[in-house]
Design a protein around this ligand. Structure first.
Ligand SMILES: Cc1ncc(COP(=O)(O)O)c(C=O)c1O
Length: 377
């Protein structure tokens, strides 16, 4: 028997409802959306998923939901589609490389300047830090909703409100919060990037972004190609969703998202959040009883998603993960978690930490078993 404690990386299994409907679909015939009459089915699947995701993020127009291969592709498209030569961009000291690398590449090629907003070692961010960093030419703020290393939730509403007052565009990375933390787009967020294979319960290689009314004009298409529409033109169409969905779409991935997000909506994100908060609280309380363990991140489960990073005194992070798996069947992830920035913020760079992350199928018994295993180290 294994205990999966790596939900921050990916959700380990599709829900039975998703598996059943995907299997039925796989037995049929598949054609491209928008390329022929039969392909109407793919278009209908995409619309079903757009509707579910629009509802999840509180967006009125489902055509503002666009599909990509995941949060990484979405962040690359949004960042590169929005910045212009000479822009100043703000982001935070806990970002994933999905944000940090595209921004750094633009900085290195002389297109933008960046300031990484300093966070406290537990991953929290003071909104005054943002206020102080804004310049005349600041055009874009890119932020994670919650750190994938420390679990800490960032004050995105307050930050985006300040950004809006200053005419700054905003991109939100919800890879760690989509489907597990109640959130609606509101009127201060321009782009929400989402990962399909984590809290949203879809297949790997699914995901996308939601775009606000203003940003859809500001953002250029960054991946260009055929859309099955205005085919006489060598330019991308300006209308949604074609402007941002060239090429053949991942219909099976999009269908997995439609089914899974509909299920999440039936359950209610608030209920999912309650379950995960209770697990995090139990885990943190137990960890605090174990002398050799240092928790990196907030100790307050209400300010965190179900992601907890630790160091075990005298042990290398990789060794701890190996010990837990080989002796107790517990699956964790150790190292830098694709976020050197967050580890620098936490003071755990370059050694990294052991990360535990819990989800829909984690039970209180699982948490107790993990704590028991850690106490024997
Ligand atoms: C905070 C954060 N952003 C972005 C990503 C990338 O997501 P995707 O796998 O959908 O590209 C991840 C994945 O680990 C993440 O944790």
């Amino acid at each position: 028997m294994t205990i999966y404690a790596n939900y921050a990386a990916t959700t380990p299994a599709l829900s039975p409802v998703v598996v059943k409907e995907l299997c039925e679909y796989l037995g049929g015939t598949h054609l491209n959306a928008g390329r022929n009459f039969e392909g109407l089915e793919a278009g209908a699947i995409a619309l079903r998923a757009r509707r579910a995701i629009a509802k999840l993020f509180g967006v009125a127009d489902p055509l503002k939901v666009l599909f990509t291969s995941g949060a990484t592709a979405s962040l690359n498209m949004a960042i590169n589609g929005m910045v212009r030569q000479g822009d100043h961009v703000l982001s935070t000291g806990v970002e994933h490389n999905a944000t940090a690398r595209p921004l750094e590449a633009l900085r290195k090629s002389g297109v933008i300047e960046i300031d990484w907003l300093r966070c406290d070692p537990d991953g929290s961010l003071d909104v005054q830090t943002l206020r102080r960093a804004i310049r005349k030419n600041t055009r874009l703020l890119v932020m994670s909703h919650a750190s994938n290393v420390l679990g800490t939730i960032l004050p995105i509403t307050a930050c985006f409100r300040i950004a809006r007052e200053c005419g700054i565009l905003t991109i939100l990375d919800t890879a760690q919060t989509g489907g597990v933390l109640p959130f609606t787009m509101g009127d201060c967020c321009d782009v929400i990037a989402f990962a399909g294979h984590k809290g949203l319960g879809g297949l790997a290689g699914s995901g996308g972004f939601v775009i606000g009314a203003e940003a859809s004009g500001e953002m250029r298409s960054w991946i260009l190609g055929g859309t099955g529409s205005v085919s006489h033109s060598l330019d991308m169409p300006e209308f949604m969703p074609d402007k941002f969905e060239p090429g053949t779409q991942n219909t099976i991935g999009i269908l997995s998202l439609a089914i899974s997000v509909e299920e999440i909506l039936r359950t209610g994100v608030e209920r999912i959040r309650e379950h995960e908060c209770a697990l995090t609280a139990r885990f943190i309380a137990g960890l605090r009883e174990i002398k050799k363990i240092k928790i990196h991140g907030t100790l307050d489960p209400d300010r965190s998603v179900s992601v907890v990073s630790i160091a075990v005194q005298g042990c290398d992070a990789g060794e701890v993960s190996r010990y837990l798996f080989e002796n107790h069947g517990i699956i964790t992830r150790s190292g830098l978690h694709c976020s050197p920035l967050a580890h620098k913020t936490a003071g755990t760079y370059p050694d990294g930490t052991v990360r535990f992350s819990f989800g829909s199928r984690t039970t209180e018994e699982d948490i107790d078993t993990v704590l028991e295993a850690l106490s024997t180290m």
